[in-house]
Design a protein around this ligand. Structure first.
Ligand SMILES: [Zn+2]
Length: 326
């Protein structure tokens, strides 16, 4: 079973929460916004990363034979030297814990064993990048401290068009196809871990070591993203509520429930709490009775005046963007 940080099964959804947030954020930054290129770069890397991790998880579920049940966790943050370390991919088994650093990259990889720099050569160009080995080392150290036991680390090449020219020094690097055999070789017969205990531990720490918020990271506020109701026909934020329907000024599509999608986009970016004041702006509504009617079924009242909670259905947003971004 594949779990994300929320403990929800990710299978079938195909988009994790962080990736979904990146997509919605990017889709709501105007071309004039100075953070847009940076967010796009991050989104591209996240999409490649997610594809590699998904392939890895699928292969392990199919082929890995450790003699008993194992669990895969993705996108964990664990405490590490006053901050946190991000663990993209963790495999838990009674006789093996392993962190995987999945690299879905093409080109030729050069790990520098002396100063731990890293670069890749792609189409003759040299590109300096963050060293996956250093990142893995942090993840392994943080996990060892958190679980109180030995944790293995492996760099996985999930793309067949990647080639290692100079290997890393501290950790093995293996091609995805070989990974099950590699992991099976790491099983320690003397180890006896209780997976349930670890799960409790992970759940308990949930929320304490969250990844810094995406909007904060890019110095964006609620005001710097574009408000509006998206037309699912043409994808633009160009719907207006006219004569009891959402009408797209761009492609002329008509819808009666486009506001539900807009509310779920809001929830992905900012959470479930919504002030009525901001709801006017987000949906582009001026009339309070219209707003009330639109929010009535899709949100619930809070006991604070002027604040409602969106009934979460991020699946709606994930399903739509999955078709566009995969
Ligand atoms: Zn349209």
């Amino acid at each position: 079973m594949i779990l994300n940080w929320n403990g929800n099964s990710e299978k079938g959804c195909g988009l994790d929460v962080h990736l979904l947030k990146l997509i919605v954020l990017y889709e709501r930054l105007s071309s004039r916004n100075s953070s847009r290129d940076e967010v796009y770069g991050e989104l591209k890397r996240a999409l490649a990363g997610a594809a590699g991790e998904r392939r890895t998880a699928d292969l392990l579920e199919r082929e890995l034979d450790l003699g008993s049940e194992f669990k895969i966790y993705r996108d964990l943050s664990l405490p590490y030297s006053g901050g946190y370390a991000q663990i993209d991919f963790l495999l838990l088994h009674a006789r093996l814990i392993s962190v995987l650093e999945v690299k879905n990259m093409v080109g030729e990889f050069h790990f520098d064993p002396v100063n731990f720099q890293f670069h890749r050569v792609i189409e003759g160009r040299v590109e300096g990048m963050r060293n996956p080995e250093t990142q893995l080392h942090r993840a392994v150290k943080a996990s060892e401290k958190f679980f109180g036991t030995k944790v293995h680390g492996t760099i996985v090449l999930s793309s067949r068009s990647g080639r290692v020219a100079a290997p890393p020094k501290l950790y093995p690097i293996v091609a995805l196809d070989y990974l099950p055999f590699h992991l099976e070789g790491l099983v320690d017969p003397d180890m006896k871990l209780k997976l349930d205990d670890f799960e409790v531990l992970l759940r308990r720490s949930r929320g304490h070591y969250n990844i810094p918020d995406l909007l904060e990271k890019h110095k964006l506020t609620r005001e710097s993203v574009e408000a509006g109701v998206r037309c699912l026909g043409c994808g633009r934020l160009s719907c207006a509520w006219i004569q009891r329907k959402w009408r797209c000024s761009n492609c002329r599509a008509v819808s009666s429930d486009a506001h539900e999608f807009a509310l779920q986009e809001y929830a992905v970016l900012f959470g479930l709490e919504l002030t009525t004041e901001f709801a006017y702006k987000w949906l582009g509504i001026h009339d309070k009775y219209v707003l009330y009617r639109l929010l009535e079924k899709l949100t619930v009242k809070s006991n604070k005046r002027g604040i409602r909670y969106i009934v979460e259905n991020n699946r709606l947003v994930a399903d739509h963007f999955k078709g566009i971004y995969s």
